[in-house]
Design a binder for this molecule. Structure first.
Ligand SMILES: *Cc1c(COP(=O)(O)O)cnc(C)c1O
Length: 423
């Protein structure tokens, strides 16, 4: 029996033959998703980590409405407009150091593709033709397009299934102690002449299982890249705009990436937009008398005025409302509420950073049962891999967050008691 009633929709990451029936969303408000049948779910994952101000924030809705009537979209080739200029200028001011040249894209994966293309061409434009590979990390995730897949964790990125279609990269574990730091430096040194850039998710490898590392570790990676003379790309798409406790995660390590990728919460979750931001040095390498030294990329909907208006309104809210304080409050509550779960059978580790709380389990069995239990408890939560996690809107109330952690505390022991079965 096909469980999916949607006859023409192909769902993401879903075996369509036996997929559980998807819920039907009708509208959203605050931290909640309201279903067609009237049920309300507290969104514990902020719509794939985007809705940092909650849903339908009136300031973002108003800015988009205004922009919608003036100019929903116009091509970005040969034309620019105030919403994009303003957004680029604001991002340049918010980002530390010389990260001040913004290339807009329509999704995070494309922003990563652009960053990788920039890094390769950065070498080519200086006559260095040998930099054809990237160094990336186990448990990393950088998107679903082919080049982004190639720098994603080999298992998650299905490198063996897609062998031959994906460029083969150099993949290292995140170095977590003296020995692995030395091994990392050596690996990078061995490949230094063929590596265009090191690409890393700063502090939290989100889609790869909410794996966390500290600023010192990130600094080791950044220093090694600098010493080896290769560029550093920080993919901040999941953690940008406060998720890991600071506006941008990499600043916690005091490092200076050459390129960073922004996305997900860039518009506060209202509409798709992403950006690749380069330093002045990277940008300057594309200035030339030769036309082919230009960056040859241009997504059709890049810099959409509607999306830029949403992003500008989202940035306003980081100024006018206490977002980072809210993140700190969420972090404190997650630490309090989730700590007692460490002793549960099957729980391997509990990791909390900013507004991210993750419970790693030995084996995520009975996944469909687990998801259904959360929905029955009024919580929208999407466990994956080996983690049950929450990344709520920053505007979630303490009571709503208690409802999430309470449901986890209530359901997890019952789940642990069940005989493991797939699904
Ligand atoms: C989600 C994500 C991407 C891909 O973004 P899309 O908008 O889904 O293409 C890339 N990198 C990281 C770290 C992400 O979390």
């Amino acid at each position: 029996m096909s469980g999916v009633p949607t006859a023409h929709i192909w769902l993401p990451y879903t075996q369509m033959q036996n997929a559980a029936e998807p819920l039907r969303a009708s509208h959203t408000a605050g931290s909640r998703i309201i279903l067609d049948d009237g049920r309300e779910l507290i969104d514990a994952v902020a719509s794939w980590w985007t809705a940092c101000h909650g849903y339908n924030h009136p300031h973002i809705v108003m800015a988009m409405e205004k922009q919608l009537h003036a100019m929903p979209h116009v091509m970005f080739g040969g034309l620019v407009h105030e919403p994009a200029e303003k957004l680029a200028a604001r991002l340049a001011v918010m980002l530390p150091g010389p990260l001040n040249r913004v290339f807009f894209a329509d999704s995070g994966s494309v922003a990563v593709e652009v960053a990788m293309k920039m890094a390769v061409q950065f070498g080519l434009n200086q006559g260095d033709t040998g930099r054809t590979r990237f160094l990336s990390f186990r448990d990393g995730y950088h998107g679903d397009t082919l080049a982004a897949m190639s720098v994603t964790d080999p298992d998650e990125g299905m490198h063996s299934l897609f062998r031959g279609y994906l460029p083969e990269q150099v993949i290292a574990p995140i170095p977590r102690d003296e020995a692995s730091c030395a091994a990392f430096r050596q690996l990078l040194d061995e490949h230094r002449h063929e590596i265009a850039a090191v690409i890393v998710e700063p502090l939290v490898q989100c889609a790869g299982g909410m794996k966390m590392h500290d600023g010192a570790t990130l600094k080791v990676i950044a220093d090694a890249a600098k010493d080896a003379g290769v560029l550093l790309i920080c993919d901040e798409i999941a953690v940008n705009f406060g998720r890991a406790g600071t506006l941008f995660a990499h600043t916690q390590a005091g490092i200076a990436p050459d390129i960073i990728c922004l996305g997900k919460a860039l518009t506060g979750g209202a509409i798709n937009l992403a950006a690749t931001v380069a330093t002045a040095d990277v940008f300057d390498a594309f200035l030339s008398d030769q036309a082919e030294a230009a960056l040859m990329h241009g997504p059709t909907y890049m810099g959409s005025p509607l999306a830029c208006a949403a992003a500008n309104a989202s940035l306003d809210l980081f100024d006018s409302e206490p977002r980072l304080q809210q993140v700190a409050t969420i972090e404190a509550q997650l630490k309090r509420d989730l700590a007692p779960l460490t002793s549960l059978p099957g729980v391997v580790d509990i990791r909390i950073k900013g507004a991210i709380g993750a419970i790693e389990v030995a084996d995520l069995h009975n996944l469909d049962w687990l998801k259904a239990q959360f929905v029955a408890a009024g919580i929208w939560l999407r466990p994956f891999g080996n983690v049950i996690y929450t990344m709520p809107p920053f505007t979630i109330t303490p009571d709503e967050l208690s409802a999430i952690t309470g449901a986890i505390s209530d359901i997890l022991p019952r789940w642990a008691d069940r005989t493991p079965t797939a699904g």
